[in-house]
Design a protein around this ligand. Structure first.
Ligand SMILES: *Cc1c(COP(=O)(O)O)cnc(C)c1O
Length: 395
């Protein structure tokens, strides 16, 4: 991140403001292709991590497909030139209108989360006199070491089809004449930084394939989902997660045949490190026990710290006094909630009003979760390719 260029660009933009480093995104996509696509894997980008058109178009051009969890995301993917044949649609509560949209657009696959959903999709497809391609989202009960709000692959989570329900689904499948069964799908959680849960997932997937094919079904698609994590505590040391090691787990442990496609749906691993939230210090509150730096960004621009107790490190991009001694700050936003705190007791060179901070690793699940709470205004976005020609529209 070249902070001088960013500061120069900020002269034409207000803060708070998102900044995206497109060259880091490109490098990450190159590695996804080198270690994943070249091995024959099909990689989809999970739009729910980031749905900025400029980012999606770049990801589409790099050859990835799209993983969507709502009709709005399906539309956005199509608007950004993703081929419907490379769009998967997951989600525990697809509405009838969303199912119709997916069928009308001819998407690649619905990842189905229950027997009842499968019956509804069959009915809607029958009405349209078409076949609905589906994969079963199975809940493999794999324990992952991540925040409880972002585990999804345990029986206690709402997601997926349990082992008991799978038997009922397989019983029902042959009678559902407008369902085209493609295979199975998993997604065990997010921000998973250890490879072990993925090894366990491979073993479980191998068992499911055997169990389901023994019943006379053919599994053509094995969708292993996403969830691979990034290094939030040191984005400079690890700007790109170890994608080579990630895909090698599946090379080694997944027993797929040549005629079976292996799919992935990565979100965070692709875009998290490319985004930063830029903010200015508004006020400093010094107390005997604590110092607060009140900044102009809040949970309305980046809710992860408030929602998941996530830690994003903070860099000072411009300081009034760069030789100032280190002081510990609670960096807090302007929103009327005590949880509107980015980080606590965090050492920064003594700050002054107007200093610019970058809240790092904010590219995934950042801008997409913005809200209008407190009637906050919308904010600008800067892309690294605009730095040499700063736009003149002042927002
Ligand atoms: C959220 C989600 C993903 C992406 O998760 P990341 O942790 O961002 O990689 C993939 N698949 C499904 C079904 C999801 O819901």
């Amino acid at each position: 991140m070249n902070s001088n260029d960013i500061i120069a660009a900020l002269e034409h933009r207000s803060t708070p403001c998102y900044y995206y480093d497109l060259s880091l995104l490109d490098k990450t996509l190159d590695l996804v292709n080198e270690h994943g696509t070249k091995k024959g894997y099909h990689i989809h980008f999970a739009l729910k991590a980031n749905h900025e058109p400029k980012i999606l178009q770049r990801i589409q051009k790099a050859g990835l497909g799209a993983d969507c969890v709502s009709g709005g995301e399906v539309k956005q993917a199509i608007d950004c030139q993703f081929d419907p044949k490379h769009i998967a649609f997951a989600g525990v509560g697809k509405s009838d209108a969303e199912i119709e949209l997916g069928l009308d657009e001819g998407i690649f696959c619905f990842n189905v989360e229950s027997l009842q959903e499968m019956i509804v999709i069959n009915e809607i497809a029958e009405r349209k006199n078409i076949q609905a391609p589906i994969a079963l989202r199975l809940n493999p009960n794999v324990q992952v070491n991540t925040h409880k709000y972002i585990t999804t692959g345990l029986h206690e989570n709402k997601f997926g089809i349990s082992d008991e329900e799978l038997l009922l689904v397989l019983d029902a499948l042959p009678s559902l004449s407008h369902i085209q069964f493609l295979g199975i799908h998993f997604h065990i959680g997010s921000q998973i930084t250890s490879l072990e849960p993925f090894v366990e997932l491979c073993h479980k997937a191998n068992q499911y394939v055997e169990q389901i094919e023994d019943r006379g079904f053919t599994i053509k698609v094995l969708n292993m989902g996403g969830g691979f994590g990034v290094n939030y505590s040191d984005p400079n040391a690890e700007p790109i997660p170890d994608l080579k090691a990630f895909f090698e787990v599946f090379d080694t442990h997944l027993n797929h045949r040549k005629d079976q496609e292996v799919h992935f749906e990565l979100g965070r691993a692709i875009i998290a490190q490319a985004g930063s939230l830029l903010t200015r210090v508004l006020y400093i509150k010094e107390r005997s026990t604590k110092n607060f730096a009140v900044v102009d960004a809040g949970m309305t621009e980046l809710i992860r710290p408030a929602l998941y107790q996530a830690t994003h490190i903070i860099d000072a991009l411009s300081l009034s006094d760069s030789n100032a001694p280190l002081v510990n700050y609670d960096v807090v936003g302007p929103i009327c909630e005590s949880s509107d705190t980015f980080i606590q007791d965090y050492p920064l060179n003594k700050l002054q009003r107007g200093d610019v901070l970058a809240i790092r690793s904010a590219g995934a699940y950042g801008q997409v979760m913005k809200s209008r709470y407190n009637l906050r205004p919308d904010f600008p976005v800067i892309y690294s390719d605009e730095l040499s020609h700063p736009p003149t529209d002042i927002r």
